[in-house]
Design a protein around this ligand. Sequence first.
Ligand code: GUN
Length: 284
Amino acid sequence: MSEAQIIDGKALAFKIRAEIAEKVAAHQVKPNLAVILVGNDEASLIYDRNKQKAAQAIGMDCHIYHLEDSASEKELLELISQLNNDERVHGILVQLPLPPHMNALHVLTHIDPDKDVDGFNPYNVGLLQANSPQAFVPATPKGILYMLEQTYSDLTGKNAVVIGRSNIVGKPIANLLLNRSCTVTVVHSKTQHIEEIVRQADIVIAACGKPQIVKADWIKEGAFVVDVGINRIDGKICGDVDFENVRQKAAYITPVPGGVGPMTIAMLLENTFDAFVKQNHLKF
Ligand code: GUN
């Protein structure tokens, strides 16, 4: 039995970013992404700086608006209104999670759907569910689908099991795969006999935030395993999949780090470029 092919998300993301950079260079005006961070969550700070570096590296403008942890929801909504009305800003992203005194759904609903490059405004969530090509698709699920479609020219009829039901990954990837005619099952913390369900899967999306919970004996031989987790064990980053053992069973596997993470940033940049094109009525 051979080991799984490791899907190199870093290399794929590099290629996608280079393609966007070329398109950006063809315009006088730079696409401009506004990132809003509330509070001082360490991981969020690192994620946002990485997004900013990646945007700037391909010739986009990107500003991080950093609000205090104590900022009110009203202040945040006012900032979003200001960015909604600023025609120099093409994309707006509010980093999640927000502090507990804020209502994330209320905040995300306030973002202009045409600038909603995260695709978290319920308007875009609805468009994705309705299989509209106009939807902004959230970056992580969009990156996952891109990787799957590099390997499979047609996903029709594949059995996909999504582990985790978050608004950021689980629900949107389930909808995307359903729209590609997969048979989709979403399992979560209250599901009974998870491993028996996962064992039926041709495609496993592990997005539950539990370090190395997905074991080799959960995996059908020849499956494609996508690991969305970013966890730490003794300071070392690991995913939701027991990588070393699962790779003996799967046909394809995404590593952590270097799999879904870099693809997420590439897809955010793609969404930002699409927003720029849409707002300037350009054709590409
Ligand atoms: N927090 C974790 N993932 C994401 C993401 O993709 N976008 C935003 N805005 N916040 C996140």
